[in-house]
Design a protein around this ligand. Structure first.
Ligand code: SAH
Ligand code: SF4
Ligand code: F3S
Length: 439
């Protein structure tokens, strides 16, 4: 009988792509994907540690499998990713859920095949969390699941140590992939018919710094990818405001393939808070970059991440954030309440903010951002936008896709359009998404 697998993924796009590598390894071993978790012979949880609720969520869902494991003793359950890369969490997980068969971290994801074999041969729990990152592995197969988009890592890890953030501790130091390896992967993806490439890194702007070679920078990489023949779009994420250069802004204008869209997390509108966060830019620096982007690329779409309730954030600091949001008029914003992470600098800070205060602030922030997004959305009415059709929404009975500005758009069609660029006239504007008709 054919063996099957199911993967549950939490966290960012980086993790989504890493699950494609886990799936690639399993497919190579002859496993096939099981839509229903209860049918699978191998279940993997690829976890995230960015906020407490991400961890709680995973713990809850892993615990819920106890019964299934009892009724299917041959089932293999594995947990990996940023959560289990933390030694104390890996131990806690093993203690709480002894029925989990394999526990590994982010540094040995590429070794999953040997970990699985070890578990099968020994019939014992395998726990392997490496302390340090290894050299980049280019050989891991990938089973891509996000056609027409293809994720492409350009860097791994992070050197920035923002004081609130767990990522540098669970993903290791920043490592760039060789430019030739990236270009080869991109060419292959385009040949296979993918229509969108999304370059991934915790800070794509610092790509290549570890090579110390002026010919290996992010703007140069971007242009080289744009030179690949074919009809496709290029996106990239995430950018760090301290490293966003004039060269990159110019490179964005180099080709129509490069989406005029940028995700530029600001985190806070107060220079005092930004300094406490170790972001290494001020409110003024950030506003200057936004002005430059808008001046050079007038139709650019900008989205951001914002956090409230960071230690020592006063009402005045928070009003600075609201004011910055009004000035920048972001096309979209991911908003978060600060969450204490063990091992980070901010966790040891006095001046932690009460939950009720943070909750009030996030509500006010969301309200303002929703209002702005709605106003921007209205400007789309009756316009024709080019959308890359990505999927079909069963509930709405409509196709959906995004325009180059990353705006979600729904439309009806009798024909399967997934993977095609189509023109859609917007008839209905709402909050985040648009609805229209094919033209
Ligand atoms: N490397 C990316 C983002 C990584 S995490 C960058 O620097 O932009 C994505 C977002 O999660 C961050 O931008 C931040 O807004 C949020 N985040 C990170 N750590 C957090 C924490 N401890 N509590 C709440 N939000 C957090
Ligand atoms: Fe975390 Fe900052 Fe690195 Fe982003 S840049 S991953 S927020 S430490
Ligand atoms: Fe989460 Fe790890 Fe990404 S902590 S946000 S999955 S890098």
């Amino acid at each position: 009988m054919v063996k099957t697998y199911h993967i549950v993924t939490y966290g960012c796009q980086m993790n989504v792509h890493e699950s494609e590598k886990l799936a690639g390894i399993l497919c190579k071993l002859g496993y096939v994907y099981a839509e229903n978790i209860e049918d699978a012979d191998v279940i993997l949880f690829n976890t995230c540690a960015i906020r407490e609720n991400a961890e709680n969520h995973a713990f809850g869902n892993i615990g819920a499998l106890k019964k299934l494991k009892k009724s299917k003793p041959n089932l293999i359950i594995g947990v990996c990713g940023c959560m289990t890369q933390q030694d104390n969490v890996a131990k806690e997980l093993h203690k709480k859920f002894p029925f989990v068969d394999i526990i590994f971290g982010t540094h040995n994801l590429d070794d999953f095949e040997s970990l699985l074999n070890k578990r099968i041969a020994s019939k014992k729990t395998v726990i392997e969390v490496l302390e340090k990152e290894k050299a980049i592995c280019e050989e891991t197969p990938k089973f891509r699941t996000s056609y027409p988009n293809a994720w492409v890592n350009i860097t791994y890890g992070c050197n920035n140590f923002c004081t609130y953030c767990i990522v540098p501790y669970v993903r290791g130091r920043e490592r760039s992939r060789k430019m030739d390896d990236i270009l080869e992967e991109c060419r292959h993806i385009v040949e296979l018919g993918y229509k969108e490439i999304t370059l991934l890194g915790q800070n794509v702007n610092s790509y290549g710094l570890d090579f110390n070679d002026e010919n290996v920078t992010f703007p140069i990489l971007l242009k080289k990818i744009a030179d690949i023949k074919g009809n496709f779009r290029i996106r990239f994420m995430t950018n760090h405001p301290k490293d966003l250069s004039d060269e990159l802004i110019d490179a964005m204008l180099y080709s129509d393939k490069i989406c005029k869209y940028i995700h530029l997390p600001v985190q806070a509108g107060s220079s005092k808070v930004l300094n406490l966060m170790n972001r290494r830019y001020t409110r003024e620096d950030y506003l200057e970059k936004i002005e430059k982007l808008k001046a050079k690329i007038p139709n650019i779409s900008i989205t951001t991440d914002i956090m409230v309730g960071f230690p020592y954030e006063t009402e005045e600091d928070f009003l600075d954030t609201l004011d910055l949001v009004k000035t920048c008029r972001f096309n979209g914003a991911f908003t978060f309440v600060y969450s204490r992470r063990k091992g980070t600098v901010a966790d040891k800070m006095d001046g932690q903010i009460e939950e009720s205060v943070s909750k009030d602030r996030i509500q006010r922030l969301i309200e303002l951002q929703n209002q702005i997004a709605k106003e921007i959305s209205l400007e789309y009415k009756d316009k024709v936008v080019e959308v890359l059709c990505e999927d079909f929404d069963d509930k709405k009975n409509m196709y959906l896709g995004r325009d180059e500005f990353n705006r979600m758009c729904y439309f009806g069609s009798g024909e399967n359009l997934i993977g095609k660029f189509v023109n859609v006239k917007i008839t209905k504007t709402g909050g985040i998404s648009l609805t229209g008709e094919l033209v």
